[in-house]
Design a protein around this ligand. Structure first.
Ligand code: M6R
Length: 360
């Protein structure tokens, strides 16, 4: 049941510290510097030259996050929307194809997986459902252990995907390099162990409900970010449009001035996701929108300079930059939820959508 919450989505948001703890448990090596994934011991990915992710919707956004982490570690990686993964895209035996799918039953993703298998690629399914088609059809599976998700909007499973993909990225990149490509792996694993606690702290805050009220009735809602914050921005926009039916778009922060800025007015809040120290240019991009009258809502750690520019703030605890995006996304989940709730939407079953899309 809904466990006392008004909606499954709310329950699934509010219990993320538990599902995340479950996804992390036993998966950090004893030295706290590397992943411990049963089916993927050290060396499991030797010979992998490049990684291609295939996924749809929210799972695609998690895949994009994984791509960024692998690229940071020096591994060539790309994320494809599964429906665009056609025969023109080169795949070979040195390519690891990772299908990211919560349900394991999404037709577009299964078709892409099938294509990769036929091309001789090695395949891994990152999924929530044991025994799902993706888990059965891929060479190997990595389970995100989020528990069942009933709400059509993917929330806790995005967070669990990000954690599992981080661990996978660490394993793949360590196997591809002679020595760890990560600057300070202990700092990352320390942040991972503290993640459930950090998520709980975000869940205990009430800023998202207030921001939802303040900007209700806006003409459109924009979300911007760069680097690891970019997948969070486009995920924030997808969740928002999916359950509020309001117009929402996510943009790479640097792209605003190449077209979308024409849409910006005092009636289009710009949610600015900033998760790393190197995001100063994003602050400049947000100010460009602010000059045209747009309210800026910073989604960032408390002391980031973006807060000086912001009209409102959705704060996240200070943590490792590789995992901070997950916390920012929890704030955006709450924002979408509260906005949809104020508008009286069918939050768990938005119109025209299905939890699992089994047609191409
Ligand atoms: O089960 P999957 O992860 O393969 O589903 C992919 C998308 O259909 C799904 O993430 C969809 O975008 C969600 N409803 C978004 O909240």
């Amino acid at each position: 049941g809904k466990g006392g919450y008004d909606h499954y989505m709310r329950k699934e948001i509010e219990t993320q510290h538990v599902s995340l703890a479950n996804g992390i448990k036993g998966r950090v090596g004893p030295d706290g510097r590397e992943p411990d994934l049963d089916d993927f011991p050290p060396g499991a990915f030797e010979g992998v030259e490049r990684v291609q992710f295939v996924a749809c919707g929210t799972s695609f956004h998690a895949a994009k996050y994984g791509t960024q982490l692998l690229n940071k570690a020096g591994v060539a990686a790309q994320a494809f929307r599964a429906s665009e993964y056609d025969d023109a895209i080169p795949v070979d035996r040195e390519t690891l194809v990772v299908a990211v799918t919560q349900s394991g039953e999404t037709a577009d993703t299964l078709a892409a997986l099938d294509r990769a298998t036929k091309a001789g690629a090695r395949t891994v399914a990152v999924t929530n459902v044991m025994g799902s088609s993706a888990a059965r059809e891929a060479d190997d599976a990595l389970f995100i252990r989020a528990g069942p998700e009933i709400g059509v909007a993917a929330t806790k499973t995005f967070s669990s995907q990000v954690v599992s993909l981080s661990l996978l990225a660490h394993r793949v990149s360590a196997d591809a390099a002679d020595e760890s490509p990560w600057d300070d792996p202990a700092a990352f694993y320390d942040a991972l162990e503290r993640l459930p606690d950090h998520v709980e702290r975000v869940l205990g805050r009430e800023d998202a409900a207030g921001v939802a009220d303040d900007y209700l009735g806006s003409d459109a809602f924009f979300f911007i970010g760069r680097g690891l914050a970019y997948p969070v921005a486009i995920e924030g926009a997808l969740k928002f449009k999916e359950i509020t039916y309001e117009h929402a778009e996510g943009f790479a922060a640097g792209e605003l001035k190449h077209g979308p800025l024409a849409l910006v007015t005092p009636r289009t809040p710009v949610f600015t996701v900033v998760t790393g120290d190197d995001d100063e240019t994003t602050v400049t991009n947000a100010r460009e929108a602010q000059t045209r009258g747009a309210p800026i809502v910073a989604v960032s750690p408390p002391d980031h300079t973006v807060t000086d520019a912001a009209d409102a703030h959705l704060p996240i605890p200070d943590t490792h930059p590789d995992i901070a995006g997950l916390l920012a996304n929890v704030q955006l989940q709450l924002l979408s939820y509260h906005t949809a709730d104020r508008l009286g939407r069918a939050i768990d079953k938005p119109r025209n959508l299905a939890k699992s899309v089994t047609v191409e």
